[in-house]
Design a protein around this ligand. Structure first.
Ligand code: CA
Length: 277
């Protein structure tokens, strides 16, 4: 690695429109990042291995491969230090957004966009990614068992510094953003956090990101957590929380296990039970 590249965060631009990719690379370098461009999917996959970006700007329509496929493969590879992914797409349909998030994208920007705004989003994503590593264990509630930088709750273990999550000692691969969600919730087990709090604290900004985004990510994370999914609880219409380790009801019938739509008018009354094993 060249000396000048040390400490610079790396951004891979996967985009086949040459004008756009070169202006993005220029803007990225002007903002202090190291940038590399791949104009085809095949090149992008190679660059992920060699360039090892901290963040990927990912166009969906590439000549040889869909950007979604690249994202899927990247997340499936499951390395412990996964880059953040921002999808760039002319396709504004909600379905694309949802699919993008479901396969592990962290953000979604619709073309045409302002380069300046994109730079702010990139910084927000990288800040989130850094924060995943920087959050201190001392902020953790004493009601959750802690050992070093490892958070334990029943069969869920989150090793923050190694960016690894285990359920029943089996590793579960999570994105940087999902890690941030877990850490954020672990800081206040049992306490409900609203969608707005999650958007502000985890996503790092909250202009036009739909609240649904939070639900989509929580649902995806819950799917990954498998037998520990019930530890990640939905308070209907309001927000989310990690199961309170101090509560031992032996019943889980009142725990809301499934993601609810924002518009859900029902109250969270009585949704305090925590399943115990
Ligand atoms: Ca394209």
């Amino acid at each position: 690695m060249a000396a000048e590249a040390i400490n610079k965060e790396r951004v891979l631009v996967v985009e086949d429109e040459a004008d756009l990719s070169s202006s993005l690379a220029y803007a990225l370098r002007a903002n202090g990042y190291e940038a590399q461009v791949a104009d085809r999917g095949e090149l992008a996959l190679g660059a992920l291995e060699v360039f090892r970006p901290d963040l990927v700007l990912l166009d969906l329509m590439l000549p040889d491969m869909s950007g979604l496929e690249i994202c899927r493969r990247l997340r499936k590879a499951g390395s412990t230090n996964q880059p953040a992914v921002i999808i760039l797409s002319a396709r504004a349909q909600e379905i694309d957004r949802v699919v993008g998030f479901e396969i592990g994208a962290d953000d979604y920007v619709v073309k045409p966009f302002s380069v300046r705004e994109l730079m702010l989003r990139i910084e927000a994503r990288l800040k989130t990614r850094r924060a995943v590593v920087d959050v201190g264990v001392e902020q953790l509630s004493t009601s959750v068992e802690k050992s070093g930088q490892i958070f334990n709750l029943r069969n869920l273990r989150v090793d923050e510094s190694a960016h690894r999550v285990f359920v029943d000692d089996k590793e579960v691969h999570v994105s940087a953003l999902e890690m941030k969600v877990l850490i954020f919730l672990f800081r206040s087990p049992g306490r409900m956090r609203t969608r707005r709090e999650l958007l502000t604290e985890v996503w790092g900004y909250h202009p036009e990101v739909a609240s649904r985004t939070v639900d989509t990510h929580i649902k995806r994370l819950r799917d990954k957590l498998d037998t520990a999914a019930d530890l990640l609880q939905t308070v209907r219409g309001v927000g989310f929380r990690l199961a309170d380790p101090a509560r031992r009801t032996g019943h889980d019938e009142e725990v809301v296990l499934h993601s609810e739509l924002v518009h859900e008018p029902r109250q969270a009354k009585g949704a305090n039970g925590v399943k115990t094993h």
